[in-house]
Design a protein around this ligand. Sequence first.
Ligand code: HEM
Length: 456
Amino acid sequence: MAQIPAPQGLPILGNTLQIPSHSPVEHFVQVASRYEEGIFRLEVAGRTIVLVYDPDLVAEVCDESRFVKRIKPPLSIVRDFGGDGLFTADHDEPVWGHAHRILMPAFSQRSMKAYYAQMLEIAEQLVESWAGRQGEDLPVADDMTRLTLDTISLTGFGYRFRSFDSPELHPFLQSMGGALTEAMLRNQQLPFVTKLKRSHEEAYRRDIADMQELVDDVIRQRRAEGGAGSKDLLGLMLEASDPQTGVRLSDENIRNQVLTFLIAGHETTSGLLSFALYNLLREPHTLARAYDEVDRLLPGDEPPTYETIMKLDVIPRILEETLRHWSPIPAFSVSAVEDTTIGGYPIAKDQGVAVLLPVLHRNPKAWERPDEFDIDRWLPENKKSHHRAAYKPFGNGERACIGRQFALTEARLALAMILRRFAISDPNVYRMKIKQTLTIKPDGFTLRVRERRAHE
Ligand code: HEM
């Protein structure tokens, strides 16, 4: 049987030292360009990892009867703070099913409508803040982080970070950044090296404790308010039981879910919005279409209604094409249920396989002119011809992103509000530099705005 192609490594260390710790994904993309087979293997920190990016092979690993999500590095490290929350719960843990079924109603389209007023409130804070800083270099990723963190915490937990009131990012984000960066470093360290780095361990535990303290504050505040009645994420977790088993979530699990949602619910959407603005600045024709759309559907200064935001067509397609070009989560992993093969290559039971999204999403086998930013790929008549496994920005199957509608609704609204009010420009001619923690973002990207219409 053919062996999975693999770059030459060193004895014991394998390929570990070849992977730059600050940007592993960019390295994987480079390695992938050498293997047209759409699959390769690496030996990292004593483990074998298999990466796939051929759409037919990805279709195989997306078969949930053959491959399931198992918590291995890096997710087993993130589990230090995500615990048994949805993101870092194993396929076999019953608590995943309990929480999934309890929380699903909070992510229905009807719930998006219920969150809309709060989403709008925070989006308005963003545009007001930018209106007061016209002509300045605006730190895009930081401001998108303010927007998305404040939105998930207000809609999900009724908690206000008030990020736009302060020139500094909230300390929660410092702790989160520290913990995620350390998790990524540990992913490439042999365990004995991690043990030797005492000061890292202390800082890591402090960051986790600080995040948990904030979570406890969020829950305490809700309990002090009486807790009852609210149908937001926290309200459901405190009160609802699993419709299938009648089980309620433990206090410990609720704490893990709140922290999971605070992280997963903002970090990715802020990356999506930052990359979308980056793309628009490079695609004047598409930007002009977006301005046209907001001028047509959102004339005047009235706050847009939920129904209007749902009518947008160009902006959602900009978001879809942005997720193809730059997936904020650049890879997700599954493990083989039994010994098997993919594309004729052997995969042993429990072997992890990572789907490498930046390469899959630009694979010429699935995409014409893959490097072109073309939002018309997402017209309904063109979508029909897409390969069924060539686009996976939200992961796969039952473990796919529960917050997809939430992210897309929030991002539609924010982009529409920005483009209705401002002409955006990039006088510094930013060159893409990826910053990777568990997600990717454009590092050091700034833009400038000026009002498009005169406001008295
Ligand atoms: C899972 C991407 C926004 C909450 C996932 C996964 C991906 C993903 C790829 C699967 C991970 C895996 O298989 O290991 C994204 C992207 C987003 C986004 C690209 C924005 C553009 C959100 C938002 C929320 C959220 C806004 C919450 C409000 C979650 C949770 C999971 C998850 C809880 C775990 C689901 C489970 O296994 O049951 N996301 N996400 N995400 N996402 Fe998102």
